[in-house]
Ligand binder design. Structure first.
Ligand code: PLP
Ligand code: COI
Length: 357
């Protein structure tokens, strides 16, 4: 399918000081769209100036939440070229998400070429300061104008781009985590293993409670036993304990993070043992109380490697690694971001270059 391109005639000003970029509030000049209906399949692929959408208020996405999304980044290399990190993995995960919600499937290769085209066009928006990048947000949603509950017939796919700095505000400053014991985010058989908007809506109440108490993020326990550590709001979680790294295994209610997968590979290639297994909150509490949690960090596209400085659970509070980043998290951050920014070689084939415009 051809992608038609309409360039903006009134480019927006770029952020004045890219060092002050937060996360996801500034957008570039263009967006990609395409539409789906049962007769034509995906059609009308187009890149157009970014503008508000016009969608019927009866569209099912507003009422029943049929939406899936992805998040990945493009990075500026020291030689001035731009590259993306593992975009195929994101597109394959988005297909899995679409299947779970029964949104129309799509060609991952075509979506990859659409992302490359869009980033190529808005290449000047990739921030030129260390640790900032261009966040790519593809999303697909149901556009059926129908308040009945039916299978999905019409959908739209959009890609928007946002120059971003640090997600949690403080770069590598350790974050404070509240372990949630009341609400649950996901259960096996539900949607926890995919990236759909509804998962994040279900997380809002606990996240708001945590924020009010001064915590940065919620750590979720499994929805059945309320016992096993799952993941943090927007990132997977890893612990350095007993000379190895331990991370919750993918049970079906945890998002299979692409950063998680990359970290596991990098750690193993550094000779570090990584255990993917069930970790109960009691085990974690005991290890924290005994000073056996040497480091803890979250990992995700937006969060990169985010050291964890403290955990709170019910009436217990524990500090990790004196609230400063530990050596393993720092080393992992350096290797991962080294590959992402093209300062280290990529022996894994994770990088996709974006052509110069
Ligand atoms: N878990 C959740 C709930 C997330 O939203 C994210 C972010 O995408 C992650 C984990 C990390 O996934 P990834 O590394 O693919 O960004
Ligand atoms: C990402 O890391 O890409 C995410 O989607 C997390 C998001 C909730 C900010």
């Amino acid at each position: 399918m051809e992608i038609s391109i309409t360039r903006t005639t009134s480019p927006r000003p770029k952020p004045e000081d890219p060092r002050k970029l937060g996360f996801g509030t500034v957008f570039t000049d263009h967006m990609f769209l395409m539409d789906y209906d049962p007769d034509q399949g995906w059609h009308d692929a187009r890149i157009v100036p970014l503008e508000n959408l016009s969608i019927h208020p009866g569209a099912a996405v507003f009422h029943y939440g049929a939406e899936v999304f992805e998040g990945l980044k493009a990075y500026l290399r020291d030689d001035g070229s731009v590259q993306m990190f593992r975009p195929r993995d994101n597109m394959e995960r988005m297909r899995t998400s679409a299947e779970r919600i029964q949104l129309p499937d799509f060609d991952a290769g075509f979506m990859l070429s659409a992302m490359v085209k869009l980033v190529e066009l808005d290449q000047d928006w990739v921030p030129k300061v260390p640790s900032a990048s261009l966040y790519i947000r593809p999303f697909e949603f149901c556009t059926d104008v129908d308040l009945g509950l039916h299978s999905i017939a019409h959908a739209q796919m959009i890609i928007i781009l946002s120059p971003v700095g640090s997600y949690l505000g403080g770069g590598l400053k350790p974050v404070n985590i509240m372990i949630e014991d009341t609400d649950v985010r996901a259960v096996r058989g539900g949607t926890g293993y995919v990236k759909c908007g509804g998962n994040y809506a279900a997380a809002n109440r606990a996240a708001a409670r945590a924020e009010k108490k001064g915590y940065d993020q919620v750590l979720w326990l499994d929805g059945v036993h309320r016992k096993y550590i799952e993941e943090v709001g927007g990132m997977n979680v890893m612990f350095r304990m007993g000379g190895k790294v331990v991370t919750p295994k993918l049970t079906g209610s945890v998002l299979p993070g692409i950063t998680r997968r990359s970290c596991i590979q990098l750690l193993r290639d550094k000779g570090i043992e990584v255990e993917e297994r069930l970790i109960s909150v009691d085990e974690l509490m005991e290890a924290l109380a005994a000073g056996q949690v040497e480091e803890a960090w979250g990992c995700g596209t937006a969060a990169v490697i985010s050291p964890i400085g403290s955990f709170a659970y019910q009436d217990k509070q524990f500090v990790v690694h004196n609230r400063v980043i530990g050596p393993w998290a720092q080393d992992l951050y350096d290797t991962l971001t080294g590959i992402q920014w093209g300062r280290l070689p990529d022996p894994y084939g994770w990088i996709v270059p974006v052509p110069k415009p």
